[in-house]
Design a protein around this ligand. Structure first.
Ligand code: ATP
Ligand code: MG
Length: 451
């Protein structure tokens, strides 16, 4: 195994603690990722030293979570979480422990961790301490709870979602007993804060295999168990998945036609979600997921709000879905499609329109048309727009006020909107003279008249 630069850089922290007579190891994700040859996100350290001793050992520390034993050590501009070996107890209502006890024993610390592959430690000499068979499970492609899965998932139900996230991100099967425990205890997700579900879903959507995550989410039905209900297409993913399974086994029950339609829709959505791995950006991927699941734009906003995502993200996703809803029926490249497309760009903005174009280019199943060059043509129309916001017009509100010799009022925004529309469609050049001429002959419109 080769030492990454990140581990080498953190090595002096282990040496310092060891020199003071403490035990200190790399632990968790950085050990797992080193064994797999993956890039490290962060380097976490576990030690027998208590927090005060850690603070005393280093010149620059931040008391991040003292009650849980975590001190952040700043070393050569990097930060490291150094956590005292601990056990946990008194899990409060199926989520995070209310009490931790500091212990001197590394194995006790590793035992409180969630999965075997996350419960390995690495010493300063590079040797791996792996009491629960994490390396064996990684070789066998298995995600397995440390110890009794029923107990572990009941202690902290977030582990149910983490299991799906890790299984999809690391291309692992979930061990049979762990899977059965997920199915038995998935209702406990009702105790987990929506924000934490949101963080996990972001990692699944942004991860290496979102299609696999979707398949696990559908098969487990865990998204119907969250504290706050998620929009129907997501919550019902598992019902559709079950319909497809039954159909495949020739047990479609009494309404084969309905079951067949559901099953087909499910396969289409799953295939589309698999293809989102082609997209680089997290937000592009989310927009594609919402389109693939057949969301209405209100549902995209509902989902993002439930997951406590920022309002910027919410607005963007809702816009991409709204564009999709409108454009999905415009499958031929004619004047009607062009006008609709430009109206969508004006309403939702260029960034949302460009995002939607990226989505249909990467996930061809979502494209309204199989015609080659469809997205290219829409892109050309978009790039050809002389203005897409009122700010970009070659005329200002004051020019129109002077022209009309009327005080500013609602008429002004409407007139600017009409001029923008005409410029965007290429019916007027974006030039001051032409715009003033057009504004002069335009009859002033009443409140109710312009729609
Ligand atoms: P990532 O690559 O996402 O950072 P990670 O394994 O480092 O993966 P973290 O959430 O950063 O995951 O947690 C660090 C370590 O803490 C994990 O490897 C695991 O050992 C332990 N851990 C984190 N969350 C839990 C939990 N809910 N239950 C048990 N152990 C946990
Ligand atoms: Mg981590």
């Amino acid at each position: 195994m080769s030492w990454s630069a990140a581990l080498t850089k953190a090595l002096p922290l282990l040496h310092t603690l060891e020199r003071l007579g403490h035990e200190a190891v790399f632990v968790g994700g950085c050990v797992r990722d080193t064994l797999l040859g993956r890039a490290l996100k962060d380097v976490d350290i576990a030690t027998s030293a208590e927090p005060e001793a850690v603070i005393a050992a280093f010149p620059h520390t931040i008391p991040t979570g003292l009650q849980h034993g975590t001190v952040t050590v700043v070393h050569e501009k990097e930060t490291y979480e150094v956590t005292t070996f601990r056990t946990e107890s008194d899990y409060e209502r199926f989520r995070r422990p209310t009490q931790v006890q500091f212990v001197k024993n590394l194995d006790a610390d590793l035992m409180r961790r969630d999965f075997t592959m996350n419960s390995m430690a690495m010493r300063a000499d590079g040797s791996i301490h792996d009491p629960f068979g994490g390396q064996r499970d990684l070789r066998g492609g298995l995600l397995r709870c440390v110890g009794d899965p029923d107990a572990r998932l009941q202690e902290d139900a977030l582990r149910i979602v983490r299991a799906v996230r890790f299984a999809s991100g690391f291309n692992l099967r979930i061990a049979a007993r762990t899977w059965r425990a997920i199915m038995r205890h998935r209702h406990l997700l009702a105790h987990i804060a929506m924000e934490r579900i949101g963080l996990e879903l972001d990692k699944m959507v942004g991860g290496s295999d979102p299609g696999r995550a979707a398949a696990y989410l559908a098969a487990s039905g865990i998204l119907s168990e969250t504290k706050e209900a998620l929009p129907r297409p997501l919550a019902e993913m598992s019902e559709r998945y079950q319909a497809r399974r039954k159909l495949r086994r020739g047990r479609s029950g009494e309404t084969p036609a309905a079951a067949k339609a559901e099953a087909e829709e499910e396969s289409r959505a799953m295939a589309a979600i698999q293809a989102i791995a082609e997209l680089n950006g997290l937000e592009d991927r989310w927009a594609a997921v919402c389109c693939a699941l057949g969301f209405r734009s209100g549902q995209a906003a509902e989902l993002f709000e439930a997951l406590r995502y920022s309002s910027v993200r919410t607005v963007q996703a809702a816009a991409a879905v709204a564009i999709h809803q409108t454009m999905v029926t415009r499958d031929s490249l004619n004047e009607d499609t062009r006008r609709n497309w430009i109206a969508q760009i004006l309403r939702h903005g260029k960034p949302a329109a460009m995002q939607w174009l990226r989505v249909i280019e990467a996930v061809t199943a979502l494209s309204p048309s199989s015609e080659s060059g469809y997205a290219d043509q829409l892109d050309e129309w978009l790039q050809g727009m002389q203005a897409s916001t009122i700010k970009e017009l070659a005329i200002k509100g004051n020019d129109l006020i002077a022209l009309r010799q009327e005080p500013s009022g609602p008429w002004l925004g409407k007139l600017l909107g009409e001029l923008l529309h005409a410029v965007a469609l290429g019916e007027l050049p974006n030039e001051k003279e032409a715009l003033l001429r057009a504004a002069a002959i335009q009859r002033p419109v009443d409140e109710g008249e312009y729609t």
